[in-house]
Design a protein around this ligand. Structure first.
Ligand SMILES: Cc1cc2nc3c(=O)[nH]c(=O)nc-3n(C[C@H](O)[C@H](O)[C@H](O)COP(=O)(O)O)c2cc1C
Length: 211
């Protein structure tokens, strides 16, 4: 069933995008308001864009044409912390998306303990298994709705003890909350482990011919 993209408005397209780009990881972001209130909100339009220096990207839309608190705080303070929540925190992740006035801290409302970060002024949460202290790198607007792709450099990683095994994160132990369309979430399913690509290439490519 072909759908001409020009026939869909932003809302219908958003539903399509969030239905087909699944499952999505969730950046659970703390920022500080200019008055020093700790803001917390989830963003699943989230990926990494560079390994060295490590950089993460988040797409933040607008609410009634205005920047959401997270985007506004990142632009004003230039620092934030991206957390990866595990399944035990699913309810808190969901509830942290409820809109509150800028002087209300979602982290306080949800009773989430925090501690000082080491490289940025924005505190990090203690409960999530991963926290990444970030400094703003760039902001790029896209499209007609004022969405902005915010890229930040990771200055410091905090990983729960035991998560890192020989330099690799044990994804099943991480147990990340994954986002589907609407108010739907998922846990990691069955893990399928294949041969490394170099060995797979030897198996599936024909041997090179001599000239
Ligand atoms: C799991 C989840 C993921 C979300 N992902 C995004 C996203 O990628 N971009 C976005 O603009 N809003 C996203 N939202 C909506 C924001 O979290 C919501 O607008 C929130 O109130 C923003 O808070 P703030 O104004 O404190 O920044 C998401 C909501 C949920 C529940």
């Amino acid at each position: 069933m072909p759908i001409d993209a020009r026939d869909l408005d932003a809302e219908a397209t958003y539903k399509l995008l969030t239905g087909v780009v699944v499952p999505r990881p969730i950046a659970w972001v703390t920022t500080l308001s200019p008055a020093g209130v700790l803001n917390l909100a989830p963003f699943s339009a989230f990926t990494f864009v560079s390994p060295k220096p490590p950089m993460l990207g988040i797409s933040i839309g607008r609410k009634n044409g205005q920047r959401k608190d997270t985007a506004a705080h990142i632009l004003s303070g230039r620092e934030y912390v991206v957390h990866i929540a595990d399944m035990a925190l699913t309810d808190a992740v969901h509830a942290s998306a409820v809109e509150h006035p800028a002087d209300v801290s979602e982290a306080d409302l949800l009773g989430l303990a925090r501690t000082a970060s080491t490289h940025v002024a924005v505190p990090r949460l203690l409960a999530p298994p991963v926290a990444m202290e970030c400094r703003l790198h760039s902001v790029t607007p896209y499209g007609d709705t004022g969405s902005e792709f915010i890229v930040g450099e990771v200055l410091c990683w905090h990983l729960r003890d035991g998560l890192l095994q020989q330099g690799k994160v044990d994804s099943l132990a991480l147990d990340p909350v994954c986002r589907l369309g609407g108010p739907n979430y998922a846990a990691l399913g069955r893990r399928v482990t294949l041969q490394p690509i170099a060995q797979t290439a030897k198996r599936v490519l024909p041997p090179a011919h001599d000239a």
